[in-house]
Design a protein around this ligand. Structure first.
Ligand SMILES: Nc1nc2c(c(=O)[nH]1)N[C@H]1C(S)=C(S)[C@@H](COP(=O)(O)O)O[C@H]1N2
Ligand SMILES: [Mo]
Length: 249
């Protein structure tokens, strides 16, 4: 890509970001302005990255020595704790909603499918980053196996934890769902995921920010709309704090 248009696109994104922040929560009208700015951000971001643009991948020696846990770092549910202690022998990941063939997959089933390994940087809006190596199955492969229907517009991730008394959840669109670096990961740095990082399964959606990386995923749901889920924002932090639904890095 040539330098000049890229710069002006970046400037456009920065300007949209600034106005979105300034106007957020001011009034009802601000809500729709914010939405418009967010849509603009998404369109610009995608124009810049290209529909299938890849997030940067790193070398093994660039991995962070420790990958901190953030948000929920433990899950209260007794079945979860029992399974954690045993290595999740009876844990099932459901693929459901707008699919022709609903699935319930164990960890061994997922490990038997084609694997992707990627070393990427995680960026949290709270101001920290970490580089880790993730291994798992491409979400697109699971959606194909479940025969996701044409009518599905979004994929929702249901998590086993609660934060501030609410179920954690997240959602992405079908472009990100089928992105090659969107995987459901079972390992971090060649070890099974620790509890603090989302055991036994968590999402990696590498072109988006930390809060989109749902941990403790127990179900993947294909839907036409997320308006009726939670408060309709498409995710826990979107509902609780008005974070952007499309959180491009
Ligand atoms: N289920 C669940 N997923 C979650 C969170 C959470 O609290 N619960 N926190 C999010 C946030 S804000 C970040 S930065 C990352 C943190 O991932 P880590 O704990 O592996 O560092 O997980 C995200 N996914
Ligand atoms: Mo975060």
């Amino acid at each position: 890509m040539v330098d000049l248009p890229r710069r002006s696109l970046l400037a456009g994104i920065a300007a949209l970001g600034a106005s979105a922040c300034a106007k957020i929560n001011d009034s009802e009208a601000a809500g729709s302005l914010f939405k418009a700015a967010e849509d603009g951000h998404r369109v610009l971001h995608r124009a810049l990255a290209g529909k299938q643009g890849l997030a940067k991948e790193f070398r093994p020696d660039q991995r962070s020595p420790t990958f901190r846990g953030n948000g929920s770092v433990t899950v209260a549910d007794p079945f979860y704790q029992e399974q954690l202690a045993k290595g999740f022998p009876d844990w099932k990941l459901e693929v459901r909603g707008l699919v022709e063939k609903p699935l319930a997959l164990g960890l061994a089933d997922l490990k038997a499918l084609p694997q992707r390994i990627q070393i990427t940087r995680h960026d949290c809006v709270e101001g920290w980053s970490a580089i880790g190596e993730w291994q798992g199955v491409q979400l697109g492969a699971l959606l194909d196996a479940a025969k996701v229907k044409e009518s599905a517009k979004f994929i929702v991730f249901r998590c086993a934890d609660t934060l501030y008394g609410r179920d954690y959840y997240e959602s992405i669109d079908m472009v990100d769902a089928y992105h090659p670096q969107t995987i459901i990961a079972h390992s971090l740095n060649s070890e099974p995921l620790p509890e603090k990082n989302g055991a036994p399964l968590r999402m990696r959606i590498e072109r988006q920010l930390g809060y989109k990386q749902a941990k403790y995923v127990k179900a993947i749901e294909a839907v036409t709309s997320f308006a009726q889920i939670g408060q309709g924002g498409g995710g826990f932090w979107e509902d609780v704090a008005g974070y952007q639904w499309y959180a491009g890095v």
